[in-house]
Design a protein around this ligand. Sequence first.
Ligand code: AMP
Ligand code: ZN
Ligand code: ZN
Length: 414
Amino acid sequence: MFKNTVIFATVLMVAFSVTGCNSAPAEQTKNHPNPLLLISIDGFINEYIERNNTPNFGRFLTDAVHAEYLIPAFPTKTFPTHWTVVTGLHTENHGIISNSFYDYELEARFSFGPPDESPNDERWWGGEPIWITAEKQGLTAATFFWPGSEATINGVQSTKWVDYDGSIPDSTRIDSVMAWMNPEGDVRADFGTLYFSFVDSRGHSYGPNSPEVDQAVIEMDGLLGYLLDSIEENNLGGLINVILTSDHGMAELSDDKIIFLDDMIDLNDVDMVDWTPVAMIKPHDGRTDEIYNAIKAHEENFRVYLRDELPERFHFRNHYRIPEIIMIADVGYTITSRPFFEQRGIPAGNHGFDNLAPEMLTFFAANGPDFRTGERSAAFESVHIYELMAYLLNLNPAPNDGSLEEVRMLLQEY
Ligand code: AMP
Ligand code: ZN
Ligand code: ZN
């Protein structure tokens, strides 16, 4: 508990030292970029490799720069956080406000699960992801999964992209991206992505401290070994820059940590844009103050805010999709209704909480010719990764909220 408080204070200091919006082009120093591979292991944290035997992570980290931790975007859900990494935009500026949310202008719900399948309608996605910046400036991108990679952005897509299908084996994803990035192959992609979901899924089903998650971490270590061998086999050894990162952590939930919203308000008086652990509430008929006051009267194990009073550090006010009232559950708590809870229960683990909560902090390490070697770096916010990638690929970044200066310490020539 005390340790967590200290980490939390450090995180606050890091977050507040971050400079503001910067859309100036990064300083360009290289003529031809080294290929860059961006990998996400969903729901992965440093502690997972500290408490397990992971020789291939060891192999990767020996020559890598490894951040103390990465501060994800808010809310710490898969789609907003991944989209911040590839656009350099805070959530309020890219508009992917959760994994599932209703848009009153489009009169539609954004949702990645069946029956909606991949959300490939470009009206949802604000900003320019790095693979589009790359394609527009003459490079070749190959994305074997990344949230948003199936959508066209201003009519452009990666040269190689694949509709999301979680059943495609992880080794097949690696084989394809490596073949596409092989400098002696047909595609010779300059930029690639890979995405692995099973550590996160295991965390939801069994909780972050379970033997099942440990088993998933060991499987992930084997997969990383397979990738590192494949890099050599595909003529990329010593050439490729690899960013190995994640989108958020994972917190243990509990049946006795439930916040019943229907005990505080009549759910018929509101629309729920999203539920938990960040409840996004749109009151009917301008009844915002009345509904807010009713929830505020029960403010225990969560915080409730009017949208315009949300702490600035969440960067979660200024988008029309964000409704008037926002509740944020304390870590480990679930916001639900009695009927839903009785029917469906809750998973063992979840994320989405405050992005500075220690449990939500996540993993970042990078290895390759342009990165420093064998060092720990200070923590930083994921919003800067887009500027870093644009610099590594010798691209002029699209306007964004990140700053290369915040991540320059990762680079070799720093
Ligand atoms: P979460 O519910 O936030 O834990 O999200 C993780 C889940 O997102 C994964 O298990 C996948 O089912 C899903 N997912 C990840 N990437 C995509 C994608 N590009 N398209 C559709 N679903 C995805
Ligand atoms: Zn995730
Ligand atoms: Zn998840």
